[in-house]
Design a protein around this ligand. Structure first.
Ligand code: TRP
Ligand code: ZN
Length: 882
């Protein structure tokens, strides 16, 4: 029985609970089909709450077998169950009382992966956001903090390992084949941070000594035999703990920190107090099975979940509208960590690419919502790129506006003032205001107004007077529910570059608030004048992507080339190449549509070739430049009436032109950047591999033969090189014998490694062209396809829908029909996964008419189904409404 009602929840309706939770004592008697959970909770009536207000607890699909008040069975007329709530009346007015709820759970048939479920024989829980209520009746909301004790009783042989939050109190045999163990977590926490794991797992152990000299035990649990593949995650964990002490002054607060890797998981990982649970994709790595991207993701996600211990756990959210309070801030923290561990500029480029690929389309389509939404129907649908990535950008802007020192002071005040509390975005902003004296009222609009601001830029230079004029205008597009916007405070980092690449120093700057290289745009329109400039400077604007905005600026190619070659901000150099390429790619797309041909300027092609061969630049940076704007980047820029086939052809034409002109450079890079015998996953080595594989990709376009990629596949000594060679084969030479052989060999070699097999599926699903759909359908019936495993579903259907514009949006609409069928099938088992998959259509409005009407038909076919989950219904309705 589904128990959600799908009624909207509104921020303005927030009310404190009538009762205060104090302690929770949970006993799980684990069994695949009949787990008995006895939950004893101590409450007292809140001061000011009505003397006869009932206790209203949340529940979802529960089978309650007993209900006691202070150990005595509750009279039937004192409570009622309505499917999603347990409402208890006649409760004491002044004294604390204990409610005991007994429920029966069936973890082995829980396919939603929320609440208590089993993954590969391992019992585990996922409680964020509202999974705890799938185990027992509770105040399942983040502002209800309790101190938890957990007892686990299970079979000795199948569950030698039994874990929960906090510190272990000990265990003992429990009669028969069973044993029990107890855990106590002294830190009050909301229910969403509760976790339990039980099963037969291997473990890797280490220790970390904190800044005050306390020794913390570190344990990573994985399936038996996979222990060696947890070494990198352990290393990343220790570096994260050290970094959080050094940079944010945050020390870990329990005697033990545990991570468990499971193979069935809806998201990346979960920050349960002292017991993080991870999608094993983000724990397991070795050179033979993990790519450099996998290593970087593991490092970032291990850090992210660990950092939540302070930003999320010690200080949590008052309600789910405040989700960005923990997620945006924690993403900002993990970005900073990765930047410090790797190359800051390259990390920033990767972040911006991702922001533009995931968040900008969301913000520009029917699913647009503010970083802090004010209403939702299904909170799971709000774990979005906007909340996470734009949320991180908003915190980054606070650090740009206040400067390093004042930002740090604001963070310190936040930790000091709100430790142990469940707070709001207003509380967060107030800390920065109080610590710095700044007024962030206008800036706070970033949390409330959805849509990516568009800044129109024009410049003028008066040679006679030596005056440079900069006109800025901001426009924030209308988004669902927000037709009209007001101007925001937008911090734009900038520099004026002279022809030799040095920075111009104006005598005076008038017309706006400019300090320390940052323009504070606050008005709708602002005109700045820079005097004392004998030479016309080139404007490098939004350096480091100081604000997450779109910029409309018809900048001349010579200025862009100057920035691309000389700016001392590497990010800006990358950005300038992108800005050089995009207008030409857009023109080329139009000319492909008009007459089937396209050409590109020498400035662009030469710039790309010269960056490729510039030994002064780090290899990772060069590979980022060579990656070019993606097909979806180009589509987003074109914005309306887009034709994915024409975009693909135009981009391929540029690849070919660069490949032919730079063939010698690429051949040299391919030889020189070879990975040495001793593999290292560090950023510099990864950068060389990235550059070498970019060269291989261009060479495939220049040589028009699978031979080189096949030999690269044959001789690869690590998964990065192997999977890149396979990608070149499968994408550029899909019908060649070499490709068939490589796919066969890859499958044979890794048939018992699920994470590597995911790559085999996704390489094929992302092959461009109209024929891929048939391939994907065939792969759905492959013996190794597993519709119950979210990683596998994402690898095949997800990759196809999100990362294959020509295949998915093929002109006959069959790709969309396929997605609709998959969403409906998956929805029956796992609504969260289904809803997320459906968001692949979020930019359907911008497609050309034929494709758009097919997309709409596919959405309608989903909408017409009357047994949809709340999750899918919410997405499909928003997608069709706008
Ligand atoms: N809080 C998790 C994070 O670190 C997100 C998450 C993990 C999650 N599993 C989930 C959210 C399940 C919703 C449902 O970002
Ligand atoms: Zn998070």
């Amino acid at each position: 029985m589904r128990t959600d009602t799908g009624k909207a929840v509104h921020l303005e309706d927030y009310k404190e609970t009538d009762f205060v939770l104090e302690r929770v004592d949970l006993t799980f008697e684990l069994d695949p089909k009949e787990t008995k959970l006895t939950a004893r909770s101590l409450y007292h009536r809140r001061e000011g709450a009505g003397a006869d207000a009932p206790l209203v607890l949340d529940g979802d699909e529960l089978n309650m077998t007993s209900l006691l008040l202070d150990g005595v069975e509750m009279p039937r007329e004192h409570y009622e169950e309505n499917g999603r709530q347990l409402i208890i009346s006649n409760l004491p007015a002044e004294i604390a009382f204990e409610i005991t709820v007994e429920t029966l759970l069936s973890p082995s048939t829980n396919t939603e992966l929320m609440g208590l479920y089993r993954s590969n024989g391992v019992y585990c829980t996922q409680c964020e956001a509202e999974g705890f209520r799938r185990m027992t009746y509770a105040y399942d909301r983040p502002d209800s903090l309790g101190v938890y004790t957990t007892h686990i009783i299970a079979d000795k042989t199948s569950c030698p390992i039994m874990l929960s939050n906090g510190n272990c109190l000990g265990g003992a045999p429990y009669g028969g084949d069973k044993h029990f163990v107890s855990w106590f977590d002294p830190h009050p926490k909301p229910s969403y941070l509760f976790a339990l794991v039980a099963g037969d797992l291997g473990v890797v152990e280490d220790t970390f000594t904190t800044m005050t000299g306390r020794e913390v035990t570190l344990k990573i649990y994985v399936e038996h035999g996979k222990e060696p593949r947890a070494a990198y995650a352990m290393d990343a964990l220790k570096r994260s703990m050290k970094w959080d002490e050094e940079v944010f002054g945050r020390e870990y607060d329990l005697d033990i920190f545990m991570i468990v890797a499971v193979s069935d998981f809806n998201m990346g990982a979960m920050e349960n107090k002292g017991l993080n649970i991870f999608n094993d994709k983000y724990v397991l790595a070795d050179p033979e099975t993990a790519t450099d991207v996998d290593y970087a993701n593991i490092e970032a996600i291990i850090a992210h979940e660990y950092f939540h211990n302070w930003t999320g756990n010690r200080i949590t959210c008052r309600d789910w509208f405040q989700l960005c309070l923990k997620e945006g801030l924690t993403v900002f923290r993990d970005h900073e960590f990765s930047a410090d561990q790797r190359s800051r500029a390259v990390k920033r480029i990767a972040e911006v690419r991702r922001l533009k690929a995931d968040q900008f389309p969301e913000d520009g389509g029917p699913l647009a919502h503010p970083v802090r939404p004010t209403t939702y129907k299904e909170i799971n649908n709000f774990y979005t790129a906007t909340v996470y990535e734009k949320g991180a950008e908003v915190t980054r802007m606070i650090s740009v506006i206040l400067g390093r020192k004042a930002f740090k002071a604001g963070m310190d005040l936040y930790f000091e003032r709100h430790d142990g509390q469940a707070v709001t975005i207003e509380d967060y902003i107030k800390c920065f205001e109080d610590a710095s004296g700044a007024d962030l009222t206008q800036f706070a609009l970033w949390y409330h107004q959805a849509g990516t601001p568009l800044i129109s830029v024009s410049t003028d230079y008066d040679a006679g007077k030596g005056v440079f004029t900069l006109s800025l205008e901001q426009m924030i597009p209308a988004t669902p529910g927000q037709p009209n916007k007001v101007p925001m405070h937008i911090p734009l980092s900038f520099a004026l570059l002279l022809p030799d690449g040095s920075k111009a120093e104006p005598e005076s700057i008038d017309g706006g608030d400019v300090s320390k290289g940052v323009i504070h745009l606050r008005e709708r329109k602002q005109v700045l004048t820079f005097t004392g400039l004998p030479t016309r400077p080139a404007l490098s604007l939004n350096r480091g992507f100081s604000a997450p905005v779109n910029i409309q600026f018809d900048q001349n190619p010579a200025d862009l080339a100057l920035i691309a070659n000389h700016d001392d901000d590497l990010f800006s150099r990358w950005y300038a190449v992108t800005e050089l390429a995009l207008p030409e790619l857009i023109m080329a797309t139009a000319s492909i549509r008009a007459n089937g041909a396209a050409d590109f300027s020498d400035t662009l092609v030469d710039t790309l070739v010269s960056v490729a061969g510039d030994e002064k630049l780090e290899p990772a940076f060069r590979s980022q430049v060579l990656a070019l704007p993606s097909e979806s980047d180009i589509a987003r820029e074109i914005a309306r009436d887009t034709d994915p086939d024409a975009i693909h052809a135009a981009r391929n034409a540029l690849l070919k032109a660069v490949a032919l002109k730079g063939a010698t450079v690429f051949a040299q890079l391919f030889d020189r950047m070879k990975t040495p015998d001793a593999f290292s996953p560090d950023a510099e080595s990864a950068g060389k591999r990235a550059l070498r594989n970019a060269a291989l990709f261009y060479l495939a376009h220049a040589e028009d033969s699978p031979a080189r990629a096949f030999s690269a596949f044959d001789t690869a000594t690590n998964m990065t090189d192997l999977s890149q060679a396979l990608t070149v084969l499968a994408h550029e030479f899909p019908d060649s014998d070499e490709t068939k052989e490589a796919l066969r060999a890859f499958l044979a070699r890794y048939s018992d490694n699920a994470l590597v097999l995911d790559k085999w599926f996704s390489v094929q699903a992302s092959a461009p062209g109209h024929g891929t759909l048939e391939r994907v359908k065939a792969l759905m019936t492959h013996p190794q396809f597993n519709a119950e495993n979210p990683n596998r579903v994402r690898a095949l259907a997800g990759t196809f829908a999100f990362a294959n514009p020509t295949g998915f949006a093929r002109p006959d609409g069959e790709g969309f029909t396929f997605l609709a069928e998959q969403v409906l099938a998956i929805d029956k088992r796992n609504p969260q996964l289904a809803a997320r998959l459906l968001t692949a259509l979020r930019s359907w409005h911008s497609l050309e008419q034929g494709r758009a009407s097919h997309a709409r038909a596919a959405l309608l076919s989903v909408e017409q189904n009357d047994s949809l989950s709340i999750d899918v219904r919410d997405i499909v309705e928003r997608m069709l409404a706008a």
